[in-house]
Design a protein around this ligand. Structure first.
Ligand code: ADP
Ligand code: ZN
Length: 613
């Protein structure tokens, strides 16, 4: 009988990190690195990128260099590794000379497996000479998109990595990023000379996140409701302006919620303090502009609320992506205001830079199509990134069963008359002037608006002028977009984003075909039944809540004592797993995800004591 082969990678995963399974592509990436080859890894936020270099770093004989742009994160990462008994250190401008010296001493003695470096440090004179004296296993480049000027977060210092590649041609490079655009990817490959590298691209689906978009009616009340269903759980609320973050935070505090504002108008010292309080669970809710997020590694953010419209779909994906990195069910809610959307549209139409207007207009259209659309949120989000959503069995599907549109499909209304009005308005304006117009202008005509442009073009003479007064402007914009989705209208993106009637639209108009459209977005409260269904879809499992809460309380104490964020002691996922298993002996804790050898030895007894109470 052949013995099963000893699986060193899996064993190290279990012993050092306490995980018994890999997240998608982690294993493939780790093995490629162990084989000494260059790798480009694209994993979504929460995909577990850190492990992709931390694990091989432990298994290879030399030192692993990790280049990371976020100084604040380095310390967290190193603290987390030390908690797991892994020898790690960092060098950046935040250290005193004494501390740097200590680190160098340990490095020369070969006492460190993983060294975090800021890219600026690489540029320090003589740095590469010193590194040459150490035995490098490989270089991991975290947030590799920072090297690309096409990316949203270009850091010129990252170009220093070219020198590393030149100086150490034989040392493999592992580039990691959550940024998926093709252009950025090509840039990374060019800059780091990753021509031989295998590319690993994970699905960008975040199976544990739920998406919900509701009309913004009374925002504070709506926000309080969401927070109310997340007792003592962390959340982020994104707002468009600094003033709004302050106002919302103040409102929440007055209702007894522990909330703080965060925006670029605060001093960096103050920002750091607030961020630290959030990471350490001293502040429950961060009300922030988009200045907040990069550099937040907090894995147990349970909800992300958009108080205002995000900039575009990509930003929405990144911002909601900060929820639920630990894999536990977490929710993303957008409070949608169609009048905000209409205001934004007018603002964009008035931009003078043609290129900027075009890009912004297109991004807004796609965002609104997404926000107001009746398609499954997950399907349409992934579709935006060119990915087809597949169910667990790997079959393409159009429903996720966990978003608002899947759980509470919107009612359809008879929109025949509406459609007739709009389609003929588009046609008549075109016929009258000899060219086509944007949706905003068409709605102006329908609403009987008295803006200058209408008069100048003589569009107040059209029979459809003022024919749509029975609906609001926002409703007309919405129905216009729905007609685009239905294929009766088309937006000509190549030509000033004007709307045109399609052949199908012409037929509909001629034959007076019945048109059914989804009613505009409604506030969709989920019944308990539906909520349960949703949690199951998101991968929630049963556990004893009493025990879980006791364990959390215990964790707070330990974290305080050690001066570390609570999640670094144990993640919520681990505590829930313990509360589900209710072990009687220390040894039974071994199989629990997130408990490696070091943590078992450190905390095993204490956990059993808590359970025994
Ligand atoms: P990313 O950098 O890709 O956003 P992280 O490396 O921060 O993701 O990992 C996110 C969370 O997932 C962390 O809390 C980490 O401990 C956890 N994690 C990573 N890999 C696994 C795994 N194989 N099993 C369970 N949890 C994991
Ligand atoms: Zn869905």
């Amino acid at each position: 009988m052949a013995l099963p082969a000893f699986d060193q990678t899996l064993t190290t995963l279990k012993d050092s990190f306490g995980f018994s399974t890999f997240r998608p592509l982690q294993r493939e990436i780790v093995e490629e690195v162990l084989d000494g080859r260059d790798v480009l890894a694209l994993l979504p936020t929460g995909g577990g990128k850190s492990l992709c270099y931390q694990l091989p770093a432990l298994m290879l004989p030399g030192l692993t260099l990790v280049i990371s742009p976020l100084i604040a994160l380095m310390k967290d990462q190193v603290d987390g590794l030390l908690e797991n008994g892994i020898k790690a250190a960092y060098l950046n401008s935040g250290l005193t000379e004494e501390e740097s010296k200590d680190t160098w001493r340990e490095l020369y003695r070969g006492n460190i497996k993983i060294l975090y470096l800021s890219p600026e440090r690489l540029l320090v004179e003589g740095m590469l000479d010193i590194l040459e004296q150490l035995k490098l296993s490989f270089v991991a480049v975290d947030e590799a998109h920072c090297i690309s000027s096409w990316g949203h977060d270009f850091r010129p210092e990252y170009r220093a990595l070219k020198a590393v590649r030149a100086r150490f041609p034989k040392v493999p490079i592992l580039a990691l990023t959550a940024s998926a655009t093709e252009r950025v990817r090509t840039d990374i490959v060019d800059m780091l000379e990753l021509t031989q590298a295998k590319h690993f691209v994970a699905s960008f689906n975040r199976p544990n996140l739920s998406y919900r978009i509701v009309p913004r009616l009374s925002p504070i009340k709506q926000i309080l409701e969401i927070i109310g269903s997340h007792k003592e759980e962390s959340g982020i609320i994104y707002c468009l302006s600094r003033a709004r973050t302050e106002a919302v935070a103040l409102d929440l505090v007055s209702k007894g919620i522990s909330a703080e504002a965060y925006h670029a108008g605060l001093t960096s010292n103050e920002r750091n303090k607030r961020q630290e309080r959030f990471v350490r669970d001293e502040t429950q809710v961060m009300v922030a502009t988009i200045a907040f997020g990069m550099g937040i590694d907090k894995p147990d953010v349970r909800f992300v609320i958009h108080h205002d419209l995000p900039k575009n779909i990509e930003s929405y994906y990144q911002e909601t992506g900060r929820a639920g990195r630990d894999g536990l069910p977490s929710e993303c809610v957008m409070l949608y205001s169609s009048s905000d959307a209409a205001k934004l549209r007018t603002f964009i139409d008035q931009l003078t830079d043609e290129n900027e207007r075009d890009v912004s207009s297109r991004q807004l259209s796609r965002l609104l199509q997404f926000a107001e659309g009746s398609e499954c949120r997950r399907v349409s989000l992934l579709g935006y990134f060119g990915e087809t959503y597949k169910d667990e069995g790997g079959n393409p599907t159009r429903t996720c069963g966990a978003c608002d549109n899947c759980l509470t499909p919107r009612e359809e209304i008879d929109a025949t008359e509406l459609a007739q009005k709009m389609l003929s308005c588009v046609l008549r304006a075109q016929k009258h002037s000899g060219f086509s117009f944007g949706l905003n202008h068409i709605v102006d005509i329908l609403m009987g608006s008295s803006v200058e442009k209408i008069k100048k073009l003589g569009h107040d003479q059209l029979s459809t002028y003022g024919a749509g007064k029975g609906h609001t402007r926002a409703e007309w914009l919405y129905y216009g977009r729905e007609l685009v989705t239905k294929g009766l209208l088309r937006i000509n993106y190549e030509h000033f984003n004007v709307v045109e009637v399609t052949l199908q639209g012409l037929d509909t108009l001629k034959d007076r075909t019945i048109v059914r459209l989804r009613a505009p977005l409604v506030s969709s409260a989920l019944s308990n039944e539906k909520r349960k269904e949703q949690r199951q879809k998101l991968g929630a499992f049963e556990y004893d809540e009493d025990i879980f809460n006791k364990l959390r309380l215990w964790r707070v104490g330990v974290a305080k004592e050690k001066g570390l964020p609570a999640y670094m002691i144990f993640s919520d996922a681990t505590l829930q797993a313990i509360a589900a298993k209710k072990p009687n002996r220390v040894n039974d804790l071994k199989g629990v995800s997130g408990i490696g050898e070091k943590k078992l030895a450190l905390y095993g007894e204490a956990i059993l004591e808590v359970l025994g109470e």
